[in-house]
Ligand binder design. Structure first.
Ligand SMILES: *Cc1c(COP(=O)(O)O)cnc(C)c1O
Length: 640
């Protein structure tokens, strides 16, 4: 039976974004084409504006079939150990100068194809040295178009390695993953098999590439290139994942894999430790004790300093006395007390919606609401900088998740266009937690309305912060109508703990029956509920803290501008871009020595190389605090 090769290449403004190939039977072509098309149109690197699909036919007899190379895993703890392992493997391939060959790897970074390197003369044989050689016309017989899951990274690599290992005049192959989320590499040959090396580079680095190890002259090179680029190959017996060697009881250390991964993070400078930060009550709510020192807190979400407010503390104490320490049950069983009900009523009233419900945290709220509301027929459009809890909620739901460019209405509209007629939701942060910018809520609301999508807004950083009286994003934009689902947290400006959702009675009622994070988690402790309730009652009467916070935001913008620091923000969150991870840590340390607590934000919270300081203002910061801080910051950044 004839076989068909199907190749897809997609680009956006002439930049490659995705590519894939399959070798299939005729009957599978239509399904496979449509699945490749949809892959090109919904790729995370962007949406294709040019897609090329190429289909070719070949007689089955002309196709070579090989069994997948046997897979072996070598565990390495560091990049250095990884390199040493590669070196040893190269020696096993009777290669004389493994060091020199490994030295060629950096030259492959950024090449789309591989380097074809003569192992003795170190001459390169690719026709195009910028692009490299591409091995192509290969697939596995173990996949059919109807089989839903697609090849994973490992399987794609193994198919390629198997073809290359059977290529004439090739001794073997050397590869380091160029995916920033992978730190693995491999050495492969017909004799060695496919030897995975668990660590060959740093987490977060996009530097990777491959070398085909060649021996021969011009004629042989021609033959090799012909095989790599033209010969059709099907790989059989492809495993799903690299199964490690069987472990005996003595060698099985159950914590090994976790320990190893953490060692790597440490080596890459990404180790985290919780800092012990204690409020310095006597100095005021923007002060903390950290180690030996008292510092001005410039990194907390406690925007209004309410965690130390006497009203909240008193309310908490009173509830503790009256109700005890815990709620003892979930909301639908025994955990609801009158103050839980009161808090929900107050929230709905304060936010101006029909109804409200409270969850044990903002994270739980987002996760359980989205997972519950979004169903398999839905599409959810999610901003690329949305909070992790929104991302996880979308992922956990069975809906199709489409990520649009950050706050980019044109991109969103174009993406919605593709799914016209589908039901679903637009989901966004009101204020983005790392960048401090505000989503274009009025336009998002309009787009949602026009396309019959629900509109979900996370007000974690706008509640108590934006709007004349701190009511949040609706007040800020003077919206006539509320977003359909207005979520927020009690844990930031409101100084307490817990997540909430405001909306109409229909949706709140539905969620009370169906949201698993609501139904199957113990209700918030009464004292926590009482403090949150007290915070809302305070803001209903007295908005002076909100006003003070907003004045600080305006003043801080002015100070930064005068200092020539390129950072503006309409909210108390100011991202100060530094770049290098290490530098951001150093500057934060320096600021700390001078009396200010600031957090460096690094990969993986933000992209590698885009490390920043996240400076956060509070209502309690004095003007002089801000002035001194900006001067210091300017010095640290090397500005006059
Ligand atoms: C902090 C945060 C949450 C989670 O709220 P918690 O109450 O801390 O669990 C959700 N969304 C955004 C945007 C946040 O910043």
């Amino acid at each position: 039976m004839d076989k068909f090769s199907l190749k897809m290449r997609a680009s956006q403004q002439e930049q490659h974004i995705s590519g894939a190939e399959r070798i299939l039977n005729e009957a599978e072509l239509i399904d496979a084409t449509s699945s490749l098309m949809s892959r090109a149109l919904t790729h995370e690197k962007g949406e294709a504006d040019f897609i090329q699909i190429k289909m070719e036919k070949k007689e089955s007899e002309e196709i070579l079939r090989f069994s997948a190379l046997p897979v072996k895993t070598m565990e390495t703890k560091s990049v250095i150990e990884g390199y040493e392992t590669m070196k040893q493997l190269l020696s096993q391939l009777s290669i004389q100068n493994p060091d020199k060959i490994l030295g060629f790897l950096p030259k492959t970074y950024g090449m789309r194809g591989a380097m074809l390197l003569h192992v003795d003369s170190l001459e390169r044989f690719e026709e195009n040295q910028l692009r490299g050689v591409r091995a192509t016309y290969m697939d596995s017989t173990d996949f059919t178009a109807s089989k839903k899951q697609s090849k994973n990274h490992f399987q794609e690599a193994l198919i390629l390695a198997t073809k290359v290992a059977h290529c004439p005049h090739i001794l073997g192959e050397l590869c380091i993953s160029d995916d920033p989320n992978y730190i693995t590499g491999y050495v492969a040959s017909r004799d060695l098999g496919y030897v995975r090396i668990t660590t060959v580079k740093e987490m977060g680095s996009g530097n990777g590439g491959r070398i085909f190890l060649f021996r021969g002259g011009q004629e042989e090179a021609k033959e090799t290139l012909e095989f790599l680029e033209k010969q059709w190959v099907l790989v059989e017996n492809l495993p799903d994942s690299p199964i490690s060697v069987e472990k005996t009881d003595e060698t099985w250390n159950k914590w090994d894999r976790y320990e190893k991964e953490m060692e790597l993070w440490e080596q890459s400078g990404l180790k985290r430790v919780e800092k012990v930060v204690i409020p310095s009550k006597e100095k005021g709510s923007s002060w903390v004790t950290y180690g030996e020192k008292q510092l001005i807190m410039m990194a907390s979400n406690n925007y209004l300093g309410l965690t130390q407010h006497p009203n909240l503390i008193k309310a908490g104490q009173k509830a503790l006395e009256e109700y005890g320490t815990g709620s003892g049950g979930s909301r639908l069983t025994t955990g609801t007390s009158d103050i839980h009900d009161d808090l929900e009523k107050n929230l709905a009233m304060w936010k101006g919606t029909e109804s409200a419900m409270v969850f044990t945290s903002g994270f739980v709220a987002n996760f359980s609401i989205l997972a519950c509301l979004l169903q398999v027929e839905d599409v959810v459009f999610s901003d690329s900088l949305n909070h992790a809890s929104l991302i996880d909620g979308c992922r956990f739901s069975s809906a199709n998740v489409v990520v649009y460019k950050h706050n980019d209405m044109e991109d969103l509209k174009a993406k919605i266009q593709k799914y016209q007629g589908k039901s679903g939701m637009i989901v966004t942060d009101a204020v983005f937690s790392m960048d401090g910018d505000i989503a274009n809520i009025p336009e998002l609301q309009e787009i949602a309305r026009k396309n019959h999508l629900l509109f979900y807004v996370d007000e974690a950083h706008s509640t108590g912060v934006l709007g004349k009286t701190g009511k949040g994003i609706c007040e800020h934009f003077n919206l006539k109508e509320k977003p359909d689902l207005l979520m927020g947290t009690l844990s930031k400006a409101l100084g307490s703990e817990g997540g909430f959702l405001c909306g109409n009675s229909c949706i709140i009622n539905y969620l009370k029956h169906k949201a698993r994070g609501y139904m199957f988690s113990t209700a918030l402790a009464p004292a926590t509920v009482a403090t949150a309730k007290s915070a809302i009652e305070l803001l209903e009467k007295d908005v002076s803290l909100v006003v003070k916070l907003q004045e600080n935001v305006a003043y801080f913008n002015e100070l930064l501008k005068n200092k020539g620091i390129n950072a503006v923000s309409p909210t108390p969150i100011f991202p100060i871009l530094i770049g290098e991870e290490e530098k951001s840590v150093k500057i934060a340390e320096k600021l700390q020595e001078s009396g200010y607590f600031v957090s460096p934000i690094r990969y993986p919270t933000v992209e590698k190389g885009k490390a920043r300081l996240r400076v956060v203002l509070m209502a309690q910061h004095e003007k002089t605090d801000l002035e001194t801080f900006v001067d210091l910051l300017g010095d640290c950044m090397g500005l006059k």
